[in-house]
Design a protein around this ligand. Structure first.
Ligand code: HEC
Length: 104
């Protein structure tokens, strides 16, 4: 490898190594909008579903907490949300519910 190519590769490699250290620090995974982002893949941007998955953009804060808590505790006959809701603490569920309600 020529000295220049080696230098370029070295700089690029260093930049790649630095990425995992800087990215997580920049994103706050517990911010309500970031928690709600995890729903967008199935329920659409801002909870407005483009497909067969139900839209969740017009659910009140109380109803959303009740639904997600029921899913989490296996108290509703669902196929997917039971598994998803288990990944959130009660505080995170409250934050998600408040976030979607704030957009109504
Ligand atoms: C992997 C796809 C997927 C993701 C991600 C997902 N959901 Fe769901 N959601 C579903 C499906 C499918 C249903 C229909 C019920 C079932 O079978 O689980 C549903 C149903 C719901 C319902 C009930 C809606 C109604 O009208 O009955 C709510 C509320 C809900 N999801 C909230 C959320 C929230 C909040 C998130 C993000 C934290 C989320 N979902 C993430 C797939 C998903």
């Amino acid at each position: 490898m020529s000295p220049i190519k080696t230098m370029v590769a070295g700089t690029f490699g260093a930049a790649l190594l630095a990425l995992p250290v800087t990215l997580p620090a920049a994103a706050d995974e517990t911010a309500p909008a970031n928690l709600a982002n995890a729903c967008a893949g199935c329920h659409g941007t801002d909870g407005i579903s483009p497909g067969p998955t139900p839209s969740i953009n017009e659910i009140s804060e109380e109803d959303m907490i009740a639904l997600l808590t029921a899913f989490k505790n296996d108290e509703a006959a669902v196929t997917m949300m039971n598994r998803i809701a288990k990944g959130y603490t009660d505080a995170e569920i409250a934050a998600i519910a408040a976030y979607f309600a704030s957009m109504m």
